[in-house]
Design a protein around this ligand. Structure first.
Ligand SMILES: [Ca+2]
Length: 117
């Protein structure tokens, strides 16, 4: 049975933002990062994403989906997602949320001096 997980996922974020508020939402997204990351490297790699995505109900995503997710979020081209790259990606996957919370995101980005677009 074909289900549209991506649109469910996109609907989920604004709902969470509404319930939790921006700060708490960022915290929740970062918990997602903890679930998906490679515990030894402290970043999300393709392998860790593939291994752990089932935990988040994303087991139906293909290798190509996972790769494009990594590529989409990877700003510095090291083929891994840091926590900040992951959080930014989560926001970008939900344009509505992005609009609502852009100032929070900018605030978060400004706190990480190693990070730049
Ligand atoms: Ca990266």
């Amino acid at each position: 049975m074909a289900t549209s997980r991506k649109s469910n996922f996109n609907d989920f974020l604004p709902l969470m933002a509404e319930k939790l508020g921006g700060d708490a939402l960022i915290g929740e997204l970062c918990k997602g990062f903890q679930l998906l990351m490679d515990k030894d490297k402290d970043v999300i790699t393709f392998e860790s994403l593939k291994k752990n995505s089932a935990l988040l109900g994303l087991q139906d995503l293909s290798d190509d989906d996972l790769k494009s997710m990594l590529k989409e979020g990877d700003f510095d081209g090291d083929e891994a997602l840091t926590q900040m790259e992951f959080c930014v990606l989560m926001f970008r996957l939900s344009p509505e949320l992005m609009e609502q919370s852009q100032f929070l995101l900018e605030e978060a980005l400004n706190q990480d001096s190693d990070f730049s677009f």
